[in-house]
Design a protein around this ligand. Structure first.
Ligand code: SAH
Ligand code: SF4
Ligand code: F3S
Length: 467
């Protein structure tokens, strides 16, 4: 009988000295908060003896960190689980373990249902209980099929370990930092209030502490994350209530931190202090993702967005008055129930007025359990497709116009990673564009002056500017 190579002790080492380390492969779907959470899950697993791998064939544990926002996102997860089932069968034939875990918003929303539809899944774990992941895996290994989707009373952030210490170079020049989770706004199309629970802010001390640690590892730019990041609130030393603008001020004081961004904001939570931060704080980057969803007041009301198109436009004007060069980004939904041609034209008109540098647009996807699912007048799929194409044409045109307007400008570029060509690096402009420039690998993490020379399909080109 042949023995599987993976179970043989490494050559020359007594079996007791061979590391029993298991390997985890994590696939992340959905938003940046899931990207952040995947990192934290990897840290929690590292503290439990797992190392991360990019090679699924090498993994003892495959973890899908899932998204529930649109039907397509959920379909992707179930088709991935189908493929994993086949892979697990092959593994079992070889006598090797392969556990399957489902985390994230599909885990939270569907819970037990996942075990019914995908019987090979070992662990289903919701976003609020990631600190209990190692424990859940142990229970699964003992033969249980685990579903842990409580809203844990203890705060997961208090229990997740720090990233393991890295010697020498930073892991990354840029990092995400979740400061707020959940949502109480209940837009009628959206599952987030159900999958992430009600709004919770992390404390000022916790956020500042984590930011300082990131900067010590070499991080130069931090993006603060939250489903409603500008609903963040905390307490100051004197017990006073603080908002996101105050948090940006406190983070600005960290030496070595060069840039701060935040996403995603809700128009109703853009207070005067936060707008002023864009005027007063050099480290706060001139880029703002401020979803509006629709330009029709009737549809905005049906969506429960609680603002009108005119209020949104006035808000953008106040923000531009504070920071004239700010790049606006947004999210749009076409084909919300009851949307007429006139409503859609109002969205197009709003886009013409605001002028976006970047945007994301989607066809409305009916989500069971949300109020939108029960509304009459669901819009025909073909109509949604046509409207989406028309809207995306306009948004893309504006994106190109914004990029073209950058040509000739001298800007600060944060060098992030190697480019496609040897001798080239890719950096980020203040407006979040990828920029290619000739530079040495040793310059990664530096901010240099460059002149934008040309635009490409997804990035810009620049030359180093003589100072
Ligand atoms: N908290 C953010 C959005 C989080 S979800 C906000 O309030 O803006 C990200 C985006 O997904 C939303 O802005 C919306 O454009 C889109 N989205 C959410 N639910 C959707 C649905 N049911 N169908 C289509 N798009 C949806
Ligand atoms: Fe969803 Fe609305 Fe909350 Fe954003 S504000 S997460 S769209 S319910
Ligand atoms: Fe998706 Fe959950 Fe983020 S539903 S968009 S992964 S909060």
């Amino acid at each position: 009988m042949t023995q599987d190579i993976a179970t043989l002790p490494a050559a020359g080492l007594p079996a007791t000295l061979v590391s029993p380390a298991r390997k985890v492969f994590i696939k992340t779907y959905g938003c940046q908060m899931n990207v952040y959470d995947s990192g934290r899950m990897a840290d929690a697993l590292a503290a439990d003896g797992y190392s991360s791998t990019d090679d699924i064939q090498d993994a003892d544990l495959v973890l899908l960190n899932t998204c529930h926002i649109r039907e397509k996102a959920v379909d992707k997860v179930y088709s991935a689980l189908g493929r994993l089932r086949d892979m697990k069968k092959v593994r079992e034939g070889e006598g090797r373990e392969m556990m399957i875990g489902v985390a994230g918003c599909v885990a939270q929303a569907e819970g037990e249902e996942i075990l019914r539809r995908a019987p090979d899944v070992d662990v289903v774990i919701g976003p609020q209980t990631y600190h209990r992941l190692p424990q859940a895996l142990r229970r699964a290994r003992a033969g249980e099929r685990v579903v842990d989707t409580d809203y844990a009373v203890e705060d997961k952030f208090d229990h997740l370990p720090d990233a393991p210490k890295v010697e020498g170079r930073a892991r990354n020049v840029t990092a995400f930092l979740t400061v707020q989770e959940g949502c109480d706004k209940f837009c009628t199309f959206c599952v987030v209030p159900y999958t992430r629970g009600s709004e919770v802010s992390r404390s000022l001390a916790q956020v500042v502490g984590e930011a300082e640690k990131l900067v010590k590892t070499g991080v130069r730019e931090i993006t603060l994350l939250g489903q409603n990041v500008n609903a963040w609130h905390g307490k100051g030393a004197g017990g006073e209530t603080l908002g996101l603008g105050d948090l940006l001020g406190r983070l600005s004081e960290i030496d070595g931190l060069a840039r701060i961004r935040y996403t995603t904001s809700h128009p109703r939570d853009m207070d005067a202090r936060l707008i002023a931060a864009h005027r007063d704080m050099a480290k706060v980057m001139p880029y703002l993702h401020l979803p509006v969803q629709s330009g029709s007041d009737r549809i905005l009301k049906a969506m429960n967005r609680r603002h009108t198109a005119a209020e949104y436009i006035a808000l953008v004007e106040r923000i531009r008055a504070a920071r004239p060069d700010i790049a606006m980004s947004g999210d749009f939904i076409v084909g919300f129930p009851g949307e007429t041609d006139a409503d859609f034209e109002a969205t197009m008109a709003l886009v013409e007025t605001v002028r976006y540098a970047q945007a994301y647009s989607f066809k409305y996807s009916t989500r069971a359990g949300t109020p939108g699912a029960d509304l009459p007048d669901q819009v025909d799929e073909a109509v949604k497709t046509a409207r989406l194409a028309q809207l995306q044409d306009l948004l893309l045109k504006q994106q190109h116009e914004f990029a073209e307007a950058c040509v000739g400008k001298t800007i600060d570029l944060l060098l992030e990673k190697p480019g496609r060509m040897p001798g080239q690096l890719i950096g980020r402009s203040p407006w979040l564009q990828s920029v290619n420039v000739d530079a040495k690998t040793s310059q990664i993490g530096d901010i240099i002056k460059v002149r934008i020379t040309a635009t490409g399909p997804n990035s810009l080109f620049a030359e180093v500017a003589e100072s």
